[in-house]
Design a protein around this ligand. Structure first.
Ligand SMILES: N[C@@H](CCC(=O)N[C@@H](CS)C(=O)NCC(=O)O)C(=O)O
Length: 208
């Protein structure tokens, strides 16, 4: 049985849960992080010295970093053609989005999410949030352009790139009181992936 450590409202945990659902993979999830704590306990740090979630335990194999976990699950438990195709050019393009999400999108998205969802209204720095929103919307515009004429992110087949970016898109489209510029290709793609069972169960939950 696979064990996934991590609170259900973490975007990085959500990617992993959604990926398990796509692979029809049973798992057990243990609440950790945020209000649940546990990340500084020696037994958890022995699994993940970063003290972060998600952390995966699969038998005696332990893995941290959400995108690495998603890759591992797709390789270990999915037919190679399914979520993570082996053709080098397709895989390269998928990898590009996973890296982009970790190095460009997530750092830009984080302050907006923390400011609007995890900060009480009276403590919000709205000028800073507006500047951060401007930054992150440039990333979504880039993705909107890429999605012109495409059904999914790569290869016209649903892949782990759709899972990873879809989890972040849920946060973008879930923000309240925000003016978003129209991004029709992004919106169409988002509506499409939001119908998937794994998205509905693990990602399309209230933002907290
Ligand atoms: N790059 C890491 C980031 C891990 C990370 O920062 N996780 C956050 C939750 S999204 C965390 O553990 N925060 C501490 C907490 O939840 O208490 C990954 O993708 O797994």
């Amino acid at each position: 049985m696979i064990t996934i450590w991590g609170r259900a409202n973490s975007v990085n945990v959500q990617k992993v849960l959604w990926c398990c659902d796509e692979l029809v993979l049973p798992f057990e999830r243990i609440d950790a992080g945020g209000q649940f704590g546990r990340l500084n306990e020696p037994s958890f740090l022995a699994l993940n010295p970063n003290g972060k979630v998600p952390t995966l335990v699969d038998g005696n194999y332990v893995l941290w970093e959400s995108n690495a976990i998603v890759r591992y699950l797709a390789l270990e438990y999915g037919p190679s053609s399914m979520l993570y195709p082996a053709e080098p050019k397709v895989r390269g393009s998928i990898e590009r989005w996973l890296d982009w999400s970790a190095t460009s999108l997530a750092p830009a998205e984080r302050p907006v999410f923390l400011g609007l969802v995890r900060t009480p209204p009276e403590k919000r720095d709205m000028a800073q949030i507006a500047a951060d929103l401007h930054q992150v919307s440039q990333h979504w515009r880039l993705l909107d352009q890429h999605l012109t004429g495409r059904f999914f992110l790569e290869n016209e087949r649903f892949s782990i790139a759709d899972i990873v970016l879809g989890a972040f898109a849920r946060r973008w489209f879930g923000l309240e009181g925000v003016e978003r510029e129209p991004l029709p290709n992004l919106e169409r793609w988002y509506q499409r992936i939001a119908q998937r069972e794994g998205f509905r169960k693990y990602v399309g939950i209230p933002l907290t």
